[in-house]
Design a protein around this ligand. Structure first.
Ligand code: GLA
Length: 731
């Protein structure tokens, strides 16, 4: 078996260097063992916990174990199911490449031509170039083991033929072991994102298709095959994520022949990608994440994101967004009043939402005209606002929806041909808006230049970049073809060009709340808006599961009004604030409605967030369900495990009296910790019927006691929470 070291080899190497039979890429406790046949694409023989370096004898066993037993009454040769499964090998499940050249070249059989393997202490990669000389196709596969133990895959397909090749799908596959008996993924809708669903991994395909032209509020996000005992801290899970913000597909497939695969790729619309001679199609990047427990999987993803050079490293500023305070009612004095109140409670970034541009007095007009509304902000009023906000010591942020257009806008009137549509008819209305074809160079430049001009003129620090409708009948008038693929790539380019032109600008990915949350949009933006629902009861669930992909510093989380606008639910301020604490904290509430007592309390929470954010935004996320799921624990434990902050929330009143005892995970067993009630909510006067004996003074306990025996927490009512802080006692 090929071991550590860097080498490049070619099947035709004149020096006779042998083609490696197999390679083991390993990092952070995960190994990917690939068989590298000379006559087929790489086959994963192991993906999971790292067994350590393998002797040749062990490697042979691994390779053999991955081989399906030869069936009677079946294919006469061994069926190899590579990372790009091929029907030509006898595989009758979902193929990796689906396409044709005028009806021909529809069943490729790739033969590797060159291979490059790089193995380091921190992972490495295998790059294989392969050709089908009959179908006149080439494919390049890049399979990386990232330092976090995450496997990342990407394929590039090239048409070598003279005639066009029509690409239907290029999907990459990762096998999971047969003990992965359950499938987990997410469902969701507007204002109710990241709802977990599970099902047995039965024979057939569980296909999750996103056809919204955006990631989607119902996106599977991380299709995870797990052992029956998979939970936050138990079992094993293998997750697959398609990092793409347009149409995409992810499949859990259990074949009659025994294989269990996770496949993923872009979902291409008919005729959307036609490759001319020499042209290439590159798949989105596919992330495959193995972990012990759901927290183990999340921890790898969080580390991956935190390790990126562009990951936000400055303290995440307290935000005030005025949307739920004023909606479209933009009045300088009123908004300046909010800004003063915001600054007084400790807000650091003030964001003006929808309604500041063109004829945008409601949601029926103005999208596409990214110039100040004369009516709302003329006569220098916008400058007065921006200067006022800055004078109060806050950054200034502004809402845009750059890919959208109202038909009632100057832009739509001037350039109807820039609207994505099928020839002869306008797509159905959706929030009174249509989609601008930003793959059109004119439309792209128009939007880019208007945004850059405003950012530069007013020194805008932050853009809330929204996207509020699905792409339906999204054809390009230039090509007559479906345009979601080109639109999605143009979006990434647009974001990059604006960021390059405006250094320091931060951008939030919002899409009717959480409908554009994926790992590729995060390569081009700095945080996401998890949901338009800021009801803290709902947010507990939405944030708990958004955390399966993203660390809290990337997830906007705001304190709303006491009666939530989206649900009508009334919740205590302490609970609303404690919930927002476990994200990028902000406020979205008309503070003129808040009592003086509430305003003071809010300021205390803001101060607490500012003191805690270094821990919250670097710590390891831990989640547990206690009391059969009625009690939720959510915490952040410092990387060196010397400190932790935990929130315990009662979701439902349990049928029996709760034990009231909570185990605190993630600490060092042999270290003593000082445990105290934390946060502004901890000032409640001691009441022996409610509070544990340690409530007032705190208590010192070992990590082992905290992990295995636990501590009593206050008796909680539904939608109440208590915050616990632990800090290692220096000996
Ligand atoms: C979307 C966003 C909201 C808000 C409105 C403005 O729904 O998700 O947060 O910005 O648009 O119209």
């Amino acid at each position: 078996m090929s071991t550590a070291g860097t080498h490049a080899q070619h099947a035709s190497d004149a020096d006779g260097t042998a083609w490696p039979e197999a390679v083991r890429l390993a990092a952070a406790g995960v190994a990917l063992v690939l068989a590298l046949p000379t006559d087929s694409l790489p086959v994963v023989t192991h993906w999971g916990a790292d067994p350590g370096a393998l002797t040749d004898a062990q490697a042979a066993v691994v390779a053999a174990a991955a081989r399906a037993p030869r069936a009677t009454n079946g294919v006469d040769v061994e069926v190899t199911v590579s990372v790009l499964p091929e029907g030509s090998r006898g595989w009758v499940g979902t193929p990796g490449v689906d396409g044709h050249r005028a009806g021909a070249a529809w069943s490729p059989r790739f033969i590797p031509a060159a291979i490059r393997t790089v193995q380091t202490e921190e992972g490495g990669f295998v790059e294989v170039s392969a050709i089908d000389a009959d179908a006149l196709l080439a494919v390049r596969l890049l399979i990386e083991m990232l330092p976090t133990g995450i496997v990342r895959l990407q394929a590039t397909l090239t048409n070598l033929g003279e005639r066009d090749y029509s690409v239907g799908a290029v999907q990459l596959a990762m096998p999971v072991p047969t003990r992965a008996s359950e499938l987990w993924d997410f469902a969701g809708r507007w204002a109710k994102e990241k709802v977990v669903q599970t099902r047995p991994f039965t024979v057939g395909t569980h296909a999750r298709e996103g056809r919204h032209g955006r990631t989607g509020a119902d996106a599977a996000t991380l299709l995870t095959a797990g052992t029956a005992d998979l939970g936050f801290a138990s079992g094993e899970g293998w997750g697959l994520h398609v990092a793409f913000s347009g149409n995409h597909r992810v499949i859990g497939e259990r074949a009659f022949s025994g294989e269990r695969l996770l496949l993923g790729g872009e979902l291409l619309l008919p005729g959307e990608v036609e490759l001319r001679h020499g042209e290439q199609y590159e798949t989105p990047r596919i992330y495959a994440v193995y972990g012990a427990g759901l927290d183990g999987i999340a921890a790898r993803l969080h580390r991956h994101l935190r390790d990126r050079p562009q990951h936000p490293r400055s303290p995440r500023p307290v935000v005030m967004n005025v949307w739920e305070a004023v909606y479209f009612d933009h009045d300088l004095e009123r908004i300046l009043d909010l800004a003063r109140r915001a600054a007084a409670v400790g807000v650091e970034r003030f964001v003006l939402d929808d309604g500041w541009f063109g004829d945008r007095r409601d949601d029926t007009a103005g999208l596409g005209d990214w110039v100040l509304s004369e009516e709302a902000w003329g006569d220098g009023r916008f400058r007065t606002l921006v200067d006022g906000v800055r004078g109060l010591g806050m950054e200034f942020g502004l809402w845009f929806e750059p890919e959208m257009v109202n038909l009632d806008s100057d832009l739509a009137r001037a350039h109807p041909e820039w609207i994505l549509q099928v020839e002869g008819r306008m797509p159905v209305g959706f929030r009174h808006q249509q989609v601008l074809d930003i793959s059109h160079p004119g439309a792209f430049a128009h939007v880019r230049d208007q945004i850059i001009a405003l950012v530069r003129e007013y020194g805008i620090d932050f853009i809330k970049w929204d996207h509020n409708r699905d792409l339906i009948d999204a054809g390009s008038t230039r090509t007559g073809r479906a345009g979601v693929h080109a639109q999605t790539l143009a979006l990434y380019r647009l974001l990059d060009e604006i960021r390059t032109a405006c250094p320091g600008l931060e951008i939030e990915s919002c899409s009717s709340g959480g409908a554009r949350i994926d790992l590729e949009i995060l390569e081009h933006t700095d945080r996401v808006w998890a949901s338009d629902c800021i009801d803290a009861h709902e947010r507990q669930q939405i944030q708990r599961w958004t955390a399966q992909l993203l660390p809290p510093e990337l997830v906007g989380s705001h304190v709303g009004a006491d009666r939530a606008h989206t649900t009508g639910r009334r919740l205590d301020l302490d609970f609303r604030c404690a919930t927002a604490l476990f994200g990028h904290f902000g406020i979205e509430w008309d503070l003129t409605e808040a009592s003086d007592a509430d305003t003071r309390r809010l300021a205390e929470w803001v101060a607490f967030y500012r003191r805690s954010r270094a821990l919250l935004h670097s710590g390891t996320v831990v989640r547990r369900e206690l009391e059969q799921g009625d009690l939720w624990l959510h915490g952040a434990v410092a990387a060196d495990r010397t400190e932790g902050l935990y929130l315990v929330t009662l979701r439902e009143r349990p049928v029996t009296w709760p034990a009231g005892r909570v185990l605190l995970p993630g600490l060092q067993r042999d270290v003593d910790y000082r445990l105290v009630a934390a946060g502004p909510g901890s000032d409640a006067p001691y009441d022996e019927r409610v509070h544990p004996t340690w409530w007032t003074e705190g208590i010192t306990l070992s990590g082992a006691v905290l992990a295995d025996i636990g501590v009593h927490v206050p008796a909680l009512g539904p939608d109440q929470a208590t915050l616990l802080h632990v800090k290692a006692v220096s000996s």
